[in-house]
Design a protein around this ligand. Structure first.
Ligand SMILES: [Zn+2]
Length: 82
């Protein structure tokens, strides 16, 4: 099925943005299905204000969790030294 192949291509082209179960292309930021019959449908989705907002929120969240993990590790190191 060419459609399946396409979904995988978009997952590869946009790592971290899309995922697929083999048939359906899924936007990880918007938690929604994205039609991938045409590439224009992908670029259109990427350009929607909803997607841009969601990707900003997601990347902010990731930064916060990364900082949290870093602080957590520093605390652990301090505990080990004591
Ligand atoms: Zn999206």
């Amino acid at each position: 099925m060419p459609k399946v192949k396409k979904a995988h291509c978009y997952v590869r082209d946009y790592p971290g943005v899309f995922r697929t179960d083999g048939a359906i292309l899924f936007c990880t930021f918007c938690e929604t299905n994205v039609s991938c019959d045409r590439k224009s449908q992908i670029t259109q989705h990427l350009g929607t204000s909803k997607h841009i907002e969601n990707s900003k929120l997601k990347s902010n969240k990731d930064q916060v969790s990364q900082q949290f993990i870093k602080n957590h590790l520093i605390k652990l190191e301090q505990i080990i030294k004591i």
